[in-house]
Design a protein around this ligand. Structure first.
Ligand SMILES: NC(=O)C1=CN([C@@H]2O[C@H](COP(=O)(O)OP(=O)(O)OC[C@H]3O[C@@H](n4cnc5c(N)ncnc54)[C@H](OP(=O)(O)O)[C@@H]3O)[C@@H](O)[C@H]2O)C=CC1
Ligand SMILES: CC(=O)N[C@@H](CCC(=O)OP(=O)(O)O)C(=O)O
Length: 348
């Protein structure tokens, strides 16, 4: 059994990790931390876990966490880079759900996250936890920086048309028009996620600049193998709880007009357990992936013209965070990639 610790068990990604790991056949939950709730049985806070998780929250303690095989950080940005290095030295593998190990350049990290990076020596060793791009490196990794929720959907949607320098679309005029449910903002109390603010309402935010923009551009440049990538990224908050819908736009290059994009996407993801390319003309719904680790993609070319439109749906808490973390853990421990992740979406 893999001994697992979770730092930050009371947030939405923390409890989603608990839901997934409590059902994982190869996992033993060893430590679940909360400084505020230390001593409280986990199932008292989350009755959904009664009878399945029988330990209490504990304060983050180096000795307890150091006895785990892997520790997930479901904490705000900046925590894993402080507490992760000692665990790595103790031989523990670390998977960070926050942004500490996503960006390669510490100057870019400081600009967008407002704090200097305190574990510079680890930046080269960290692997970006997107299995569809980095599967082999994840298998050998000891430190994973998991992608953000929007970046997972946008990178998987553009991957087939950009991979390995493909000359299919203009990479300098890409657009990602993305909508997220409010659980993406986390469990902490904030005015903009109050029921009376977020329900029956719809708005864009972060148009001037969102911290996921540099992460997505870094990822798309790595996928393309060149730097001629520019993205306009506009996130929106929609009145639902879980789910991201990303509508992606790319201009098809004149020399690629004859390309069968449906066939291209189907081939790119034919062997991917968690990416479903839907039949031509589909309109994927967020509820078709709710609580599952699946991303569904539909490829459109309105009027048969030069505009490619790719629709991507994802559950921000599963493939956008905790499920992707478990997928990486499976790879890191030599398990079949889908172990503990075969659940179907929940309807309605
Ligand atoms: N929500 C989403 O859809 C996604 C979130 N993420 C990222 O996942 C991370 C977790 O987000 P979310 O689940 O929303 O929860 P929160 O950001 O609300 O995290 C709260 C958890 O972290 C613990 N914590 C806070 N500060 C510290 C600290 N200094 N040391 C130890 N523990 C600490 C808290 O417990 P306590 O204070 O009691 O110790 C609590 O359990 C964030 O970085 C977020 O950006 C990534 C992808 C998607
Ligand atoms: C709806 C909403 O507020 N979403 C969050 C993104 C959630 C996410 O992926 O978080 P991290 O990159 O912080 O890990 C936001 O836009 O800030």
């Amino acid at each position: 059994m893999i001994k697992v610790g979770i730092v930050g068990g009371t947030g939405y990604t923390g409890v989603e990790l608990l839901r997934l790991l409590a059902q994982h056949p190869q996992v033993q939950l060893q430590a679940i931390t909360s400084r505020k709730e230390a001593g409280m049985p986990v199932a008292d806070m989350f009755p959904s876990l009664r009878g399945r998780v029988d330990i209490a929250f504990s304060a983050p303690d180096a000795a307890t966490l150091g006895a785990c095989d892997v520790v997930f950080f479901a904490t705000p940005h900046g925590v894993a880079m402080e507490q992760g290095p000692a665990l790595l030295e103790a031989g523990v593998k670390v998977i960070d759900l926050a942004a500490d190990f996503r960006l390669r350049d510490p100057v870019v990290f400081e600009k967008w996250y407002g704090m200097p990076h305190s574990a510079l020596a680890l930046l080269d060793k960290a692997v970006y936890g997107l299995p569809e791009v980095n599967r082999d490196r994840i298998r050998d990794a000891r430190l994973i920086g998991l992608p953000g929720c929007y970046p997972t959907s946008v990178q998987l949607g553009f991957l087939p048309v950009l991979r390995d320098g493909a000359k299919l679309v203009d990479g300098t005029t890409l657009i990602a028009d993305c909508k997220s449910g409010v659980s993406g903002a986390g469990r902490k109390a904030e005015v903009h996620t109050l029921l009376a603010e977020a329900s029956d309402n719809f708005k864009a935010y972060g148009v001037k600049g969102h911290r996921h923009l540099p992460e997505i551009e870094q990822g798309l440049r790595a996928i393309a193998g060149h730097d001629a990538i520019n993205l306009t990224f506009v996130p929106h908050l929609v009145p639902m709880i879980r789910g991201i819908h990303s509508t992606l736009y790319a201009r098809i290059l004149p020399e690629a007009r004859e390309t069968d994009f449906q066939a291209l996407f189907e081939a790119a993801y034919a062997n991917e357990p968690f990416v479903d390319v839907m039949p031509a003309g589909s309109h994927p719904e967020t509820r078709s992936v709710r609580s599952a680790n699946t991303v569904r993609i539909a490829v459109h070319r309105p009027g048969g013209g030069d505009q490619l439109v790719v629709l991507v749906v994802e559950d921000n808490l599963v493939k956008g965070a905790s499920g992707q973390g478990v997928q990486c853990m499976n790879l890191m421990f030599g398990l079949p990639e889908s172990t503990g992740l075969t659940m179907l979406p929940v309807l309605p």
